[in-house]
Structure formats: C-alpha cells, structure tokens
Design a protein around this ligand. Structure first.
Ligand code: FES
Length: 60
C-alpha cells in the first residue's frame, strides 16, 4: 500500500490517514469520515475511500 497516495484531494486525506483511523478504532466508513474528513467536500473520493476502508476492515 502506498501510504502517501492522496485519496481525497479536497482534504488531502492519504491512504495512510485512513489506515490510521481504522487502527485507532474506526469500524465503518462513517467513523473514518469523522476522523479524517474524507469525502466531506465534493464527495468524488467517496467511492474509492469507502472501498479502501472496506478492504482495511476486512484485513483486521
Ligand atoms: S476529493 Fe474528497 S471530498 Fe472532494
């Protein structure tokens, strides 16, 4: 995983930030959104961010 890959360009949320949110206890996309602000502006990153969150949650 490329931790520095920006998923949300509006809030500059990187894959690493989402992984960190999941590690810190986020157990759904809503929690990740709360912790990182991902998808809170234009929303175009939502699909990818959701997919990535799901993938991380499936791993842990
Ligand atoms: S790219 Fe994530 S809210 Fe716009």
């Amino acid at each position: 995983m490329n931790k520095d890959k920006v998923i949300c360009s509006c809030y500059k949320v990187k894959k690493g930030d989402i992984a960190e949110a999941v590690e810190c206890g986020a157990c759904c996309f809503k929690d990740v959104k709360k912790a990182t602000k991902v998808g809170k502006a234009c929303g175009k990153c939502k699909k990818d961010a959701k997919k990535f969150t799901k993938k991380l949650l499936a791993e842990c």
